[in-house]
Write a protein that binds this ligand. Sequence first.
Ligand code: PRP
Ligand code: URA
Length: 208
Amino acid sequence: MLHVADHPLLRHKLTALRRRETDSAHFRRLLSELGAILTLAALHDLAETTTTIETPMQPMDAPILAAPEPCLVAILRAGLGLLEGARLVLPDAPVGHVGLVRDEATLAASRYMLRLPPELARRGALLLDPMLATGGSAIDAVAALKEAGARDIRFACVVAAPEGVARFIAAHPDVPLHAAALDARLDPRGYILPGLGDAGDRCFGTEA
Ligand code: PRP
Ligand code: URA
């Protein structure tokens, strides 16, 4: 199911991220801030319990997470930009990496690396990638997480295309999808319109 996060600050930062004139340093900072906000949105329903603590004033029953924090998993390269902000929210979460790159002609994603933390089954995972275009990269990354034993998986992206959303939900109907925006469509080269261009290149200053 697709959830489009609803917050004026998120939309404001996304507009700055989309602007052609936003340079790489600013782009990275914005992506990190969006990573923190999207992490909060994607994990809004984590199970809680209570524990008894003492404040400087008196004892109280106070809420805590019922299970350990979920692992964070970044799809390389652009997911690293979101990961920075996600780690501000979950500083103790183990981190995994899935390296995926799209073939520019076929748009098929191919996996070139996979390093996942050992506790996926116990913790669940929040998968991060700013762009959901054809959906191929996210679909493959979720399949890798499932093969590694993850059960509670969530996916957070910044911009989603309707084509990718439909493919992702068909492939992984059990994985909630959180986006900052649902854009109009893909262009013939598989780029999202209006989108924000090539997220990896803008993040790492590798534009041609
Ligand atoms: C981009 C983006 C996503 C993927 C989305 O990565 O960061 O991972 O494309 O496209 P899809 O939904 O059609 O699979 P890219 O392959 O350009 O690699 P990069 O992040 O290393 O630049
Ligand atoms: N990957 C990107 O970085 N941008 C797009 O618009 C589509 C795929």
